[in-house]
Design a protein around this ligand. Structure first.
Ligand SMILES: Nc1ncnc2c1ncn2[C@@H]1O[C@H](COP(=O)(O)OP(=O)(O)OP(=O)(O)O)[C@@H](O)[C@H]1O
Length: 386
C-alpha cells in the first residue's frame, strides 16, 4: 500500500486521509502539504526511529466522544490544550474547557476567556439537590429541599423571558432559604435544610442571574471554566449544569456552533451529581452535536461507558494494571497483545485508537501554541534555590 506521508491522517473520519479513497495507514516521514477542513491538527505519527512521521488530525466535522488517558506528568492536560487550540481555530465548533487545576488560562492567548463558574440553581434538577447538599433524599431535610426547589422552579416557569435562547428564570438560593423557613415542617428539619443551603451559598457558584449556558463560547473562542479551589460538590454542580445546558441548547436549536466539552481530571465528575449529564453526552450527545472529551490519570475510575462510547482514544503512558484494563475495554481487536508495552514512554507521546478505521498508532502530540500552565514546580527554579 502506498505511503501518503504528505497527507494529514484524520482520526474519527472514515476516509481518514481525506482523499475520498479508502484510508491509507500512516507511515514514514515527510512534510505536510494539505490539511482537510474541519480538522484538528494535533501532532504527528511517531516513526520507529523516533522521528516525526505523517501529520495527525482529529475530525471536527462531526461530533465525537473521546478519552485522553495517562499517568501524571505524561501530557494529558497538554494534549487537551492542543485540542482546544485547534477547535478554537476551526469553523462551526467551540471549545469549553472544564479546568479543575487552573492550568488552561493560557488559552486566552487564543482569544479565550477564563470564566468564573456561575450557574443558575434551577439548572440542577430538584431530585439532585439532596445529593448535591449531602442529604439523604428520604430524610426530612432532604425531602424538604427537594420539594422547595421543585415548587420554586415550577413557580418560575411562567417567567421565561422573550429571548428564545434564554433559559427559564431561576430562584436564587436566598429565595430557596426563605421558602424553607416558611415551609410546613418541624423546626429541626427546616434548620438542617437551611444550613445546607447556606453552605451551598458559600460555594459561590450559584447565581440566579448568571448568563445562560448556551452563551458559553458561543463566538467559538475557548471558554475556560476555572474550578481551581472550588469545592468538589460545587464543581460537580457546575459540570452538570454546563453539560446538560449545552445538550439542551443544541436540542432546542439555541446554539449554532457545535460545542466540544473538554473535561480535565474527568474521573472526579463521574462520582456525584455531574454523572448523569456526562453519561447523557456520552450516549446521546452526538445526535444534537455535542462532543465530550474526558481526560484522566485514573481511567479505572471512569465508568466503562466512557470508553465503550468513545470513538477517539488517546492514551499516554499508563502503568497501573487496572487503568490499562479500562483502556483494553475498547474491545478493539486491533489493540490486542500486551497493551501496556504498546504505550509509548515519552512525555507527549501516545497511542491513539481510531474506531472509524479500526487502527491503533503511536503518535507525538505537537507543542502548544499558547502557554501551558501545568508545569510541575521545580525546586531548582524557585526564588530561594541558591
Ligand atoms: N506534547 C508535548 N510537547 C511538549 N511538551 C509536553 C507535551 N506534553 C506534555 N509536555 C510537557 O510535560 C509537562 C506535563 O504535561 P501535563 O501537565 O499535560 O501532564 P498531565 O499528564 O496532565 O499531568 P497531571 O496529571 O499532573 O496534570 C508539561 O508541562 C509540558 O512541559
Amino acid at each position: 500500500m502506498p505511503v501518503r506521508s504528505d497527507r494529514v491522517y484524520v482520526l474519527g473520519r472514515d476516509d481518514a486521509d481525506g482523499d475520498g479513497d479508502e484510508p491509507t495507514p500512516p507511515a514514514g516521514s515527510g512534510p505536510a502539504d494539505s490539511c482537510p477542513p474541519h480538522t484538528a491538527r494535533i501532532g504527528s505519527f511517531l516513526a520507529r526511529d523516533g522521528s516525526a512521521g505523517a501529520p495527525l488530525g482529529v475530525d471536527l466535522d462531526r461530533p465525537h466522544a473521546g478519552v485522553v488517558f495517562g499517568k501524571r506528568g505524561t501530557g494529558k492536560s497538554y494534549t487537551l490544550g492542543v485540542l482546544a487550540e485547534e477547535i478554537a481555530d476551526a469553523r462551526g465548533v467551540a471549545p469549553i474547557v472544564v479546568d479543575p487545576m487552573g492550568v488552561f488560562g493560557g488559552l486566552t492567548a487564543a482569544g479565550g476567556r477564563v470564566v468564573e463558574p456561575a450557574v443558575r440553581p434551577a439548572s440542577i434538577p430538584p431530585s439532585a439537590w439532596p445529593e448535591l447538599l449531602g442529604l439523604d433524599p428520604a430524610s426530612g431535610p432532604g425531602s424538604l429541599v427537594w420539594r422547595v426547589v421543585a415548587d420554586a422552579v415550577e413557580d418560575g416557569r411562567g417567567d421565561a423571558v422573550d429571548d428564545p435562547a434564554d433559559e427559564p428564570s431561576s430562584p436564587s438560593l436566598a429565595t430557596l432559604r426563605e421558602a424553607v423557613a416558611a415551609a410546613d415542617a418541624p423546626a429541626a428539619t427546616r434548620r438542617a435544610a437551611a444550613n445546607h443551603l447556606r453552605l451551598a451559598s458559600s460555594w459561590g457558584v450559584f447565581d440566579a442571574d448568571s448568563p445562560p449556558v448556551s452563551s458559553l463560547a458561543a463566538d467559538g473562542n475557548p471558554a475556560v471554566l476555572d474550578l481551581a479551589g472550588v469545592p468538589d460538590a460545587a464543581s460537580a454542580a457546575v459540570v452538570r449544569a454546563v453539560a446538560r445546558g449545552l445538550y439542551d441548547a443544541r436540542v432546542a436549536g439555541d446554539r449554532s456552533r457545535l460545542p466540544w466539552l473538554l473535561v480535565d481530571e474527568a474521573h472526579a465528575f463521574f462520582d456525584g451529581v455531574a454523572d448523569p449529564a456526562l453519561r447523557t453526552l456520552l450516549t446521546r450527545g452526538r445526535a444534537p452535536g455535542v462532543s465530550l472529551v474526558c481526560a484522566t490519570q485514573r481511567p479505572a475510575a471512569l465508568p466503562s461507558v466512557a470508553v465503550s462510547q468513545s470513538d477517539l482514544l488517546v492514551s499516554h503512558r499508563l502503568t497501573a494494571e487496572r487503568d490499562v484494563n479500562r483502556l483494553a475495554e475498547a474491545e478493539a481487536t486491533y489493540l490486542g497483545g500486551d497493551l501496556s508495552s504498546r504505550l509509548p514512554e515519552g512525555v507527549g507521546e501516545a497511542l491513539v485508537v481510531d474506531d472509524a478505521t479500526e487502527t491503533a498508532h503511536t503518535v507525538r502530540v505537537r507543542e502548544r501554541r499558547t502557554p501551558h500552565e501545568g508545569e510541575s514546580p521545580r525546586a531548582s527554579r524557585s526564588f530561594d534555590a541558591t
